[in-house]
Design a protein around this ligand. Structure first.
Ligand code: NAP
Length: 316
């Protein structure tokens, strides 16, 4: 792929960024990758693999010009400070446009066109998309559905330990998707032609309620798991009791969950209201293979879920 220009990736040390980097390196593109982090030592392994690791901080826009210099494309992986990311993303978009980046791809979120969608993440993503459209660069919106990993692998162990999946998502349906499938879509959009100025809705294969997912967990693991429906206040009370902050705190994880409760409660309300009831075949269109299912994620992680149900230690 000698014609591939340089690709700069923000959030390269995070879960999404690491998977994206792995897939791009597997395509022989290590020397085409510029990886941005606030702590370059975190990515020493990537430098050893031939990637160009550079310091950059969304909160220090002056650091971003040098960080993005020489790139043809940018994969802007959304930051984690929900509700306050637009300023951060603007700094990255401005730096990219100024440095001559030709095409910017962004990890956005499904269902954001509807202004009635209560999910707090909607604001950050729709505003970031507007900035991208106005930037003069070609853009690609990778609108990811809810990650099945976030539900089953991060929150899953805690749910299995208690046998209760407490949520305010009611009987809403969504097509949860594997993060890895989302990353594979991003890699396809970065390395194949024809994705400029396109919006993709990257979803799993099945629209399901949490009741249905809990039934799958029971069927596959043989362990009890009940979806307990609460209202928004009830959901806040649970998260407050766990010590999860209402507003985001950078780099803070509580019980293995990195998110803040305003984000999660409004997210649940969006599911309940049907705003995330979107299912597409965009994973297959982009990658050539079908999106993997929630059932398969439960099957692949059956031993971990059973161990959690039987009292295995939980993440701090
Ligand atoms: N669709 C869904 O259900 C869903 C679920 C989870 C996440 N997501 C999306 O995916 C994104 C990435 O998630 P993830 O799990 O990969 O996150 P993560 O593992 O927590 O990584 C966060 C990344 O953001 C970078 N970062 C944080 N603050 C920064 C700053 N001020 N300047 C530059 N970089 C900064 C960090 O880099 P350094 O620490 O190295 O600087 C790190 O690489 C999230 O923000 C969210 O939008 C979606």
């Amino acid at each position: 792929m000698s014609e591939q220009g340089k690709i700069v990736i923000t959030g390269a040390s995070g879960q999404y960024g690491r998977q994206a980097t792995d897939m791009l390196i597997a395509k022989g593109l290590a020397d085409k990758l510029i990886l941005i982090t606030r702590t370059p030592a975190k990515l020493a392994d990537r430098a050893a693999q031939g990637c160009d690791v550079r310091y950059g901080d969304y909160d220090k826009p002056e650091t971003l010009a040098a960080a993005v210099a020489g790139a043809e494309k940018m994969l802007l992986i959304s930051g984690t400070r929900v509700g306050a990311r637009v300023v951060q993303h603007k700094a990255a978009i401005d730096a990219a446009a100024k440095a001559g980046v030709r095409h910017i791809l962004y990890t956005s979120f499904i269902g954001i066109d509807d202004p009635a969608n209560p999910a707090e993440v909607r604001h950050d993503h729709i505003e970031t998309e507007k900035l991208m459209r106005a930037s003069g660069m070609a853009w690609t919106m990778l609108r990811d559905a809810h990650y099945a990993d976030a539900m089953l692998l991060m929150a899953g162990p805690g749910m299995m330990a208690t046998g209760k999946w407490i949520s305010n998502s009611g009987d809403g349906r969504e097509a949860m998707v594997w993060r890895e499938d989302c990353v594979a879509c991003a890699v396809a959009a970065l390395t194949t032609p024809g994705h400029e100025n396109r919006i993709y809705n990257i979803t799993g294969p099945d629209l399901q309620t949490f009741d249905e997912v809990a039934a799958l967990v029971r069927e596959i693991t043989g362990c009890p798991l009940e979806h307990v429906k609460v209202d928004d206040e009830g959901q806040y009370a649970i998260f407050d009791a766990m010590g999860i902050p209402r507003r985001p705190v950078d780099d803070q994880y509580v019980g293995g969950i990195p998110w803040n409760s305003d984000d999660m409660v409004t997210f649940g309300a969006a599911i309940r209201g049907g705003f995330l009831e979107i299912r597409t075949d965009d994973v297959e269109a982009l990658t050539g293979r079908k999106a993997r299912s929630v059932r398969r994620m439960i099957e692949d992680n059956k031993a971990m879920l059973i161990a959690a149900a039987n009292g295995a230690p939980q993440p701090a």
